[in-house]
Design a protein around this ligand. Structure first.
Ligand code: AMP
Length: 248
């Protein structure tokens, strides 16, 4: 079996996001970027399938500027066999990413295309679902557990009501939730080995995809400052303060 895994470069989750002074977006310059955390979980899961002998080849894919090579090298250090870099400086919204992933899935014919459930920069949670719709493949989103067996994937999903188990025929789209696994720490020898693994360059043109930005960010603003908390001495005081604020 073959697995395609989507890897997005995003501002590291530990970074305190700064908004540009003109409100036109967030500051990227001089800021640490990493692999989107849900995509690390996707790469880790694909590696575990490979280690269990269920998968022969894992291919990492990213769409974005030159700097995304760093995240592809991380995916290769996890153990991915090769990588594809769809180079573009255009802003990539979920529908464009989905069209690129569809074109790559048609070219590479993977049994599973695994993605993060959402990218922590745009929080869209759309690309996996859109790709499944474009390819007309079954999808199992928010996976907390995946078992691959006999041309099928049994996926336990995390939903509002608890857990739901689905069985989908392969090829299928799977998107990862936080509890699917805990990604491994990368070791120096694996990071060194990854430098020699192949990264194939591609482009939107080559894949026949025209970026179609359907959304325009009008303004970006930081969340409102929280008011400082108040310590109260007694339940009576708490009740009276809540009444003053009209909360009870
Ligand atoms: P989103 O729908 O933007 O929240 O993204 C969901 C998932 O789609 C991410 O976790 C990635 O796995 C994948 N994805 C989205 N954009 C890209 C991109 N530019 N390059 C690679 N993968 C992407």
């Amino acid at each position: 079996m073959k697995v395609l895994v989507a890897v997005k470069r995003a501002i590291d989750y530990n970074v305190r996001i700064q908004i540009k002074s003109d409100g036109s977006g967030v500051v990227h310059e001089g800021v640490k970027h990493s692999m989107n955390p849900f995509d690390e979980i996707a790469v880790e899961e694909a590696m575990r399938w490979k280690e269990q002998g269920k998968v022969e080849e894992v291919v990492a894919v990213t769409i974005g500027p030159d700097a995304c090579q760093e995240q592809l090298r991380s995916a290769l250090a996890f153990g991915c066999d090769r990588a594809i870099h769809v180079k573009t400086d255009d802003e990539i919204q979920p529908l464009t990413a989905a069209n690129v992933l569809k074109a790559l899935a048609e070219k590479e014919s993977p049994d599973v295309l695994i993605l993060g459930k959402q990218a922590i920069d745009d929080d869209c949670n759309q690309t996996g679902q859109m790709t499944a719709a474009l390819l007309e493949w079954p999808q199992a989103t928010f996976a907390g557990k995946v078992e691959l067996e006999d041309g099928k994937a049994k996926v336990t999903r995390e939903i509002d009501a608890g857990l739901e188990t689905l069985e989908v025929d392969l090829p299928a789209i799977i998107t990862t939730d936080l509890r699917l696994n805990e990604p491994r720490y990368l070791k120096l020898p694996d990071i060194m080995k990854a430098k020699k693994k192949p990264i194939e360059d591609s482009s939107l043109d080559e894949l026949g995809v025209t970026p179609a930005p359907g959304l325009e960010a009008v303004k970006t603003a930081p969340p409102p400052q929280r008011e400082p908390g108040v310590m109260v001495e007694s339940v009576e005081e708490l009740v009276s303060k809540l009444k003053d604020k009209g909360l009870i």
